[in-house]
Design a protein around this ligand. Structure first.
Ligand code: AMP
Length: 283
């Protein structure tokens, strides 16, 4: 695995390599979820470029930024064991050479106002800034992202449209990798205490109950059950929602014969966790 810290060095290398590039942007503290994206890019025959950059502009909560886990040595080991070709490790000056203010900010309309956007003001502006800049730098053919961050995938689709890159860069959305109890793998799981970790699988259980009760109970009732259960177990739920898959318009009820997505965000201790599940039409 070759490591680059400078944009110019990375670009020179990629120009010479002249191969189809599969790009996996991350914020480090890597786990099997991240590695699954890398493996998909390898299966697709790409030269794999993984970036590790904890982007300050997407954290609306300074404490969350300061506490974001870092484990660069372990990350490098995982990536080289998984045969990643290139690791891009920029510092802030490489990503934002003229400061944050000079980077183009994108407008994602209603999509950035709901769910994660509503609870983390400015978050998706920051995501747009950093992904936009990374795409300019890496110029990949394929971009690999996790469905775990469902809304982020939709935001990045819009970003590609606004950058005029939808034809040049294919966004590959990869399935969520889970722990045995169903908890979606996340760098933030490292911050859970043992008792918090033991409870955290409840988020996925709630999602599964929303999915399986389609056609058996009104969504409002299932939503209330989930909120009450989470609260009783010591979580602070931010939302338990059902939405349209394409633009995340919130639904008050299970849709008739249409797919939907159930999304959840809750804090446990000081840690904020998110997850989602596809809800198939009632059969
Ligand atoms: P992050 O480092 O959290 O910014 O995540 C980098 C990429 O990995 C994003 O596209 C995430 O959606 C994806 N990712 C994070 N966790 C998982 C997971 N459990 N399964 C699949 N992809 C994931």
């Amino acid at each position: 695995m070759i490591v680059f810290k400078k944009v110019s060095d990375l670009q020179t290398y990629l120009q010479q390599a002249n191969q189809k590039v599969g790009f996996i942007p991350t914020m480090g503290a890597l786990h099997a979820g991240h590695i699954s994206l890398l493996q998909q890019a390898k299966t697709d025959g790409c030269l794999t470029v993984c970036s590790v950059f904890v982007n300050p502009t997407q954290f609306n909560d300074r404490d969350d930024f300061l506490k974001y886990p870092t484990s660069l040595d372990a990350d490098m080991l995982l990536l080289s064991e998984a045969a990643c070709d290139v690791l891009f490790l920029p510092d802030e000056a490489e990503i934002y050479p003229d400061g944050y203010q000079q980077v183009r900010a994108y407008d994602f309309g209603a999509l950035e106002q709901v769910l994660e956007g509503a609870h983390r003001p400015g978050h998706f502006r920051g995501v747009g800034q950093v992904v936009g800049r990374l795409l300019e730098v890496v110029q990949p053919h394929r971009l690999y992202m996790g469905r775990k961050d469902y809304q982020q995938c939709l935001i990045v689709e819009k970003l590609l449209e606004q950058m005029g890159l939808s034809q040049d860069i294919q966004l590959i959305k990869c399935d969520t990798v889970r722990e045995p109890d169903g908890l979606a793998m996340s760098s933030r799981n490292l911050r859970l205490s043992e008792p918090e970790r033991a409870l955290a699988g409840l988020l996925y259980q709630c999602l599964v109950s929303i999915k399986t009760k389609n056609g058996l109970a009104p969504f409002r009732v299932v939503q209330r059950e989930c909120l009450d259960l989470l609260t009783a177990k010591g979580f602070e739920p931010e939302y338990v929602s059902l939405a349209t898959p394409d633009n995340l318009e919130e639904l008050q009820e299970y849709p008739d014969q249409q797919p939907a997505v159930a999304l959840i965000a809750a804090r446990i201790g000081g840690v904020r966790l998110i997850d989602n599940i596809a809800v198939a039409p009632e059969s």
